[in-house]
Ligand binder design. Sequence first.
Ligand code: HMG
Ligand code: MG
Length: 328
Amino acid sequence: VPDNRVKLIEVGPRDGLQNEKKTIPLQTKIELIERLAKTGVSTVEAGSFVSPKWVPQMANSSDILEHILQQKIQTPGPVSYSFLAPNTKGLENAAAILKQNQGTFTTQLEPPTGVELTPKPSIEVAVFAAATESFSQKNLNCDIQTSLERFKAVIQDAKGLGLRVRAYISVVLGCPFEGFNVEPHKVAEIAADLLESGADEISLGDTTGMGTAPRTSMLLKSLASAGIRTEDIAMHFHDTYGQALVNTAVSLEHGVRTFDSSVGGLGGCPYSPGATGNVATENMIYFMETLGMDTGVDLDAMADIGAWITGELGRANDSTVGKAVLGA
Ligand code: HMG
Ligand code: MG
């Protein structure tokens, strides 16, 4: 893989939509996922097998997974679709659908053969830990240690099914309850535990957008000295304070090549009051291109999707680049 290659994980359909109050029609979500999958992104985070009582907007994630497996979405290359699973119950719900649709997707055990005209989708799951006890209680209803034990079981079961697993750690650069009081060595410890349990990738979430360039650098140095490889790290920036691209630049300097972003800058976290959306994918593509990095993603198509979906939601388009590209 050339060093200027950057992998973008599109989290709009999950992180972007989970906080919307008004129920978004299934058809709109499916159209969003299909359009995103055609832009060249390698992964689309498509839903969440969590409690519908807490996150009602993700309640139809089963229908979305079924759609992905049963309809052959034409994509320029292989696309992986990711679903959050906080516990074995969530994983079992996803696994039941996978079992009913054997042979329609690829896994780590059955990778793509490379000869299909329409590549089969690959499915992965994501668990989500937190760097502070108070955020863990709010988001997961348990302490960090308990969450790590639960995730170990989820990861083992997912691996048994051949699924790739990513593991989020939230509030790594600031917490809505504990402020800047987040210890980089604690983040490193949690990351090491999740990797040890079998996670393929750690996504470091700046949930509140409180991250700054020096703090991002400090965190990544801390992870490196704990022996965590940059290949195993993705960065997940929210743009609440407008620092996401600066922090992205710092992460690139530290060797990170995988980044989460959300079309139109959609998003927010139900457990992080005031947090705005993820860094906009359009801004990310433009920024990477100006640095000579290659995302493989079609900026014009992404800008069109951002304008369309924010219109559907009755929201302002939060992507400055998206608006500029469209002359809007
Ligand atoms: P729990 O321990 O069972 O406790 O679940 P609970 O009281 O929260 O459970 C409530 C109900 O949900 C119970 O049903 C459970 O059975 C049911 P009831 O008995 O009331 O009828 N339940 C489930 N239903 C469907 N699927 C499941 C499931 N699990 C329990 N998987 C748990 C604790 C954390 C699982 C639950 O509270 C939950 O699902 N919460 C939602 C968490 C969430 O989705 N947070 C947002 C995503 S994380 C995020 O956005 C951060 C990220 O973007 C990175 C960043 O920016 O930081 C990833
Ligand atoms: Mg997030």
